[in-house]
Design a protein around this ligand. Sequence first.
Ligand code: MD6
Ligand code: FE
Length: 207
Amino acid sequence: MHYGNPEVIHGVTVMRDALSPVEQIHLLADLREVAKTAPPFSPMTGWGKPMSVQITAAGRFCWFSDRKGYRYITAHPETGQPFPAIPALALKIWRTFETRVDPDCCLINHYREGARMGLHQDRDEADFGFPVVSLSLGDPGLFRIGGTERKAPTRSFWLHSGDAMVLESETRLAFHGIDRIKFGESALLAGGGRLNLTLRRVAPATT
Ligand code: MD6
Ligand code: FE
């Protein structure tokens, strides 16, 4: 198997197998530790319905949503505690794409059977000059990406366990989402499902 050769798929930089199978197991173990300190929760959408994914985070910031809207928070909504440090393997992947600054948020999305994520933009960060780097673990997810306007045409491709993907420059503010996952295809997660990590810089580089 080849590790670390980026390709461009529908305008997006994808590094297939950025994490080897053994690295995926190590990262998963780190994420279990994160979940002990910062238990996953289901944020409310603007419509008052819980999201189908469960989220938690590592690093200074976590994305959060409730009836008041969405925002980044620095204390866990249930425990009130700060979020644990970003796992080293996730940092390593970020640094292969962005060397100017480290991420201050590693959002962790957990997709169980039937979970999806609607088309959205990530635009609550201070500096869009920094990328968002995603890492996928477990079952494949069908990733959809369009343009910077919601009505622009979209295209989709599968993200597999170990793949890294980078949204930067023209795709940094592109609408994107996960249509569905192929539940039960990967043996990595004991109960099946998919984990997605998105590493990003929320605060300006100087803070
Ligand atoms: C997911 N990903 O793959 C959802 N956002 O589960 C995202 O929302 C995302 O993959 C920004 C950059 C990369 C992403
Ligand atoms: Fe996103």
